[in-house]
Design a protein around this ligand. Structure first.
Ligand SMILES: *[C@@H]1O[C@H](CO)[C@@H](O)[C@H](O)[C@H]1NC(C)=O
Ligand SMILES: *[C@@H]1O[C@H](CO)[C@@H](O)[C@H](O)[C@H]1NC(C)=O
Ligand SMILES: *[C@@H]1O[C@H](CO)[C@@H](O)[C@H](O)[C@H]1NC(C)=O
Length: 308
C-alpha cells in the first residue's frame, strides 16, 4: 500500500495527489465523509435488455465450477455458456480488457494506470445517455483508489486489481466517474431507492469471489446474492445478468470459465439450456454495444461475438 502511495507522488505531476488515497483509518474516515457519490438512472430501451449486470468471481477452472451445486442451480435459472474463454492471466488484465477492449499491455496484478487516451465502455454509454455504476464490495467509499483490508482481521478484502475501471486515467481523472464507483452499501441503497443504473459491474470481496476461499464459497455467495434480486422488481427490469469468472485457476488449460446468462431478459423457455458458441470477456462489451447501438472502441470489442 505504501509503495502505491509513494508511486503516486512520483507520478503525481499529471493528476492531483489527492486522487490517491492512504488507507490509514483517519484518512479513510475523512475521505469517506466528503466522498462524492452519484446514483444516476436512465431508461434507454435496448434491443434485447434494458439493464446489463455482470458479476465476476475468481480463479476457477470450468470443470470445478460446473461441479458446484450452487453454480449448477444458477445455470438452471438461465443459459450456460460452455465455450467462454477468459483473455489471459493473471486477474487484472482480464478486468481491464472487459471494459476497455484490450489489455492495454497490462500483464500483472500490480498498481497500474492506463493513459487517458484510452477510452472505455463508459465513454460509449455516456454518449448515449445509458447510466452506469460499478459496485465493489467493501470499498470504503465511492471513488476510493487504493486497496482495503478487513479492519478487524487484516485479511485482503477490496482490491483495486479487481476493479476494472479504476486502472483507466480516463475514469479516475473525472470526479463524476469516480462517484459512480461505489460499494455494496450503495448497491443496496440504490436498489431500495429504485435507483439502479442500466450498466452495472459487480465485484464481490476476496472472500465471496472465491479468490481467498474456494469455488464452494463463491457458489454459495453467488446464489444467495442473486436469489432475492431475481425476484426484486427494482432489479429485474428486462435485466440481463452475466455471471462469470475472471480466469481459470490452471494456467495450462485453455482458460475456459463457467459463465451463465440469467435475469428476466432471458426467456423462461431457455432456462437450463446450454449455448456452445465461442465467447470471451470482450463479448460483454460487444453485446452491450450492440444492444444500445453504442458503436465500439475499434479494439477487440469490435470483433467479439455477441450473446444475442
Ligand atoms: C460505502 O460507501 C459510502 C459512500 O461513500 C460510505 O458512506 C459507506 O460508509 C461505505 N460503506 C462501507 C461499509 O464502507
Ligand atoms: C466479505 O464480505 C462478507 C459479507 O458479504 C464478509 O462476511 C466477509 O468477512 C468479507 N471478507 C473480508 C475479507 O472482509
Ligand atoms: C423498490 O424501490 C421502491 C422505491 O424506492 C421502494 O419503496 C421499494 O421498497 C423497493 N423494493 C425493494 C424490494 O427493494
Amino acid at each position: 500500500m505504501w509503495s502505491m502511495v509513494c508511486l503516486s507522488f512520483w507520478l503525481g505531476t499529471a493528476l492531483a495527489q489527492t486522487q490517491y488515497t492512504s488507507t490509514g483509518t483517519a484518512a479513510i474516515a475523512k475521505a469517506r465523509a466528503t466522498a462524492l457519490t452519484e446514483s444516476p438512472t436512465s431508461n434507454i430501451a435496448g434491443k434485447t435488455f434494458d439493464r446489463f449486470v455482470t458479476i465476476w468471481l475468481e480463479n476457477t477452472d470450468y470443470s470445478m465450477a460446473a461441479a458446484d451445486a450452487n453454480l449448477q442451480w444458477i445455470a438452471s435459472q438461465g443459459i450456460l455458456l460452455n465455450n467462454y474463454l477468459a483473455i489471459t492471466h493473471p486477474s487484472q488484465p482480464n478486468y481491464v480488457a472487459a471494459v476497455g477492449g484490450s489489455t492495454h499491455g497490462v500483464t500483472g496484478d500490480s498498481f497500474t494506470r492506463i493513459s487517458s487516451a484510452s477510452k472505455t465502455i463508459v465513454d460509449l454509454l455516456e454518449a448515449k445517455g445509458v447510466s452506469w455504476s460499478e459496485y465493489e464490495e467493501d470499498s470504503p467509499y465511492s471513488g476510493f483508489e487504493g486497496d482495503y483490508v478487513n479492519q478487524k482481521t487484516g485479511a485482503n478484502d477490496y482490491v483495486r486489481k479487481h476493479n476494472p475501471l479504476m486502472s483507466y486515467d480516463s475514469v479516475t481523472s473525472n470526479l463524476d466517474r469516480l462517484a459512480k464507483i461505489k460499494n455494496f452499501t450503495m448497491f443496496y441503497t440504490d436498489l431500495n431507492n429504485n435507483q439502479l443504473p442500466q450498466w452495472i459491474f459487480i465485484t464481490p470481496n476476496m472472500t465471496n469471489d472465491g479468490h481467498d476461499t474456494s469455488v464452494t464459497t463463491a457458489g454459495k455467495w453467488a446464489r444467495s446474492f442473486l436469489t432475492p434480486l431475481l425476484s426484486n422488481a427494482n432489479f429485474t427490469k428486462k435485466t440481463l445478468v452475466l455471471l462469470t469468472f475472471d480466469e481459470s485457476e490452471n494456467y495450462a488449460n485453455n482458460n475456459q470459465v463457467f459463465s451463465v446468462l440469467l435475469g428476466d431478459a432471458v426467456p423462461a423457455s431457455s432456462h437450463g439450456t446450454t449455448d456452445t458458441k465461442a465467447y470471451n470477456h470482450y463479448s460483454q462489451m460487444a453485446t452491450v454495444e450492440n444492444n444500445w447501438n453504442l458503436g465500439n472502441l475499434g479494439l477487440s470489442d469490435a470483433t467479439a461475438s455477441t450473446f444475442f
